[in-house]
Structure formats: C-alpha cells, structure tokens
Write a protein that binds this ligand. Structure first.
Ligand code: BGC
Ligand code: CA
Length: 297
C-alpha cells in the first residue's frame, strides 16, 4: 500500500464562481477548445473558452442533466424528460425519446460517450429515494438498450482507456461498480470496485485518466479522489465546496482537471462558510486524461 496524498483546498483554483444550484456535467469539447458544464436545477449551460477565458451561459428549456457533442455538430442531452438533441446557442431542442415512460418520477442523470461513439446515460428517482434508476446505451442508429437496473442515483458512467471496463456509481449506496464491456458494447460481470462510508460522502461523477486511474467527485465529501484501476486509493484533492459533483480533463494537453460543485441544499450557515460553492474549479492532477469521443449519431 502506498501513502495517500492529500492536497489542501489551496491547490484548487476557482475558475468561474457561478453560484450554480447544481453544477454538473463537466465536459471538454476539443473541437471548440471549450469546457462546458451544466446547472441542472438552475437550468443553465455554461461554456468557458480555455484560451482567452470567455464565458457564455444559456438558459435551458428543460432541466439538462448530461451533454455530449455530436459528430455532426450540436449536442445530445440527457434531460428531465428523456433524450434530446440540443444546440445551446440557438436554443433548438429536438426531443428524441423517453427511456422510461412507465417511471414518470424518474429523470435522466449523468451520461458519457464510449470509444465507439455510443451515448450512455443513467436515470434516477427525482426525489433520490426509490431504487428505480437504470443504465441505458443509445447507439448511433438511435437504438436504446437498458443494461442494469435498481439504482437509487446512477452516476459516472466512465470507461477505461481501452474501452473494456465500464464504471458506474450508485451514489446513495456509496458504491462504484465495474463491468466488463464486450466488443459490441454489452456490459457484464458487474462487481463492486469501491465501497465508501458515510464520512467519505457520496461518489458522484467519474472520469478516467490515460493510465486507467479513476477520478471521482464526492458529493458532500468536498473533494475529488484518485484511485488506481485496481481500486487503490491514491490521492485526495480537497475543494472549498462540500458538494463536489463532476470531473473532466480538459485543455489542449488534457492535463487540467475541471470540477463542478453545487449550492443545492446548503443552509445559510454552510453557504457563508463556502462562498465559492456552485463554482467551477480547476486542479493540476499531474496526469493526462483521454480525449472524449463525440456521439456518432
Ligand atoms: C444528482 C443529484 C444528487 C447527487 C448525489 C447528482 O448526480 O444530479 O441530484 O443529489 O448526484 O447523489
Ligand atoms: Ca452527477
């Protein structure tokens, strides 16, 4: 066992003190040189141009929970009402389908594109109580498949650099699952990779670095933690915001780590102690990420 490295919150730089209600969905778009992120409950999309630092924000017509660029331009989005194509600048929204019309209390949550250009998205009970969340794959031809079920809050998902392992969190259960992915994108062999205790907070968004290490944001944990592919806890990066929600590598060298945070549910005292809660932060992780692939459809 190595020694756990702990980085104080002084190492985290707030690059956008946006006061998001539920900052989420950090996403590097290499073709634009821009870092996008969402405020799910505040119904906004934010864009930060890494060169020059220009900031833009748009109101979303629905609560958006995950975004990924499409190969042909624009974005695919997970929303409170299923999947959609979306273009923030024009506001154009094309609703595609609701994966679970029989579960009206559910909404989409976190999503990610795999190496083959398929969009993966999880769902959750909007009240975060019932284990009615499931994991879906939406391919370039528009076929939807459900692969796992019974989550209270799906988070992650993320893929190993070779695409052969899928990681998914069930946040309230404080567990990170790993699955083996077949060549045609079918996950199997689910196992518990990591299990956490109450003081750790809830495992939320995941990203994977080029060496296969996992970077997980901890909601109510005020940090991002780094684990080896085998699940050894290597480092902890503290943030001055307890509700740490998502992580993404970005920048031309993919060597900058962006972290979203939330103000949601913090009382006046907590907000006074965490004035930067809801901001976008940057860390120097010392490793590189994997360039995200656009949705192929
Ligand atoms: C969800 C939040 C939830 C949090 C912790 C986020 O991904 O969008 O609604 O509170 O995870 O479970
Ligand atoms: Ca999340």
């Amino acid at each position: 066992m190595g020694t756990l490295k702990v980085f104080s919150q002084d190492a985290a730089q707030c690059v956008w003190p946006a006061r998001a209600e539920l900052g989420e969905g950090a996403l590097w778009v290499p073709s634009q040189g821009a870092l996008y992120w969402l405020d799910i409950k505040g119904r906004k999309v934010h864009r930060l141009a890494l060169e020059g630092g220009a900031r833009e924000s748009w109101e979303t017509p629905l609560r958006m929970t995950a975004l990924a660029p499409r190969r042909q331009g624009g974005f695919i989005a997970g929303t409170e009402r299923g999947l959609a194509f979306y273009e923030p600048r024009s506001g154009r929204l094309e609703r595609l389908l609701n994966p679970e019309p029989e579960r009206p209390h559910n909404r989409c949550n976190d999503g990610k594109v795999d190496l083959a250009g398929r969009f993966w998205v999880g769902t959750m009970d909007d009240h975060e109580e019932a284990p009615t969340g499931a994991l879906y794959r939406f391919d370039a031809q528009g076929h939807l498949a459900r692969f796992d079920d019974g989550y209270t809050v799906t988070n992650g998902p993320a893929f190993s650099p070779d695409g052969r392992t899928l990681y998914v969190n069930d946040s309230p259960q404080r567990v990170t699952y790993a699955f083996d992915m077949s060549a045609d994108g079918v996950p199997g062999g689910r196992r518990v990779l990591l299990r956490f205790e109450e003081p750790h907070g809830f495992p939320d968004g995941i990203t994977v670095d080029a060496e296969g290490g996992l970077w997980i944001a901890f909601y109510a944990g005020g940090c991002v933690r780094h684990f080896s592919p085998e699940g050894e806890w290597l480092a902890e990066y503290r943030l001055p915001a307890a509700k740490t929600t998502s992580v993404a590598f970005g920048g031309k060298g993919l060597d900058r780590l962006f972290v979203t945070t939330a103000r949601d549910g913090l009382d006046a005292e907590a907000l006074a102690a965490q004035p930067l809660a809801g901001g976008l932060f940057e860390l120097s992780p010392g490793v590189r990420g994997v360039e995200p692939v656009p949705y192929a459809g």
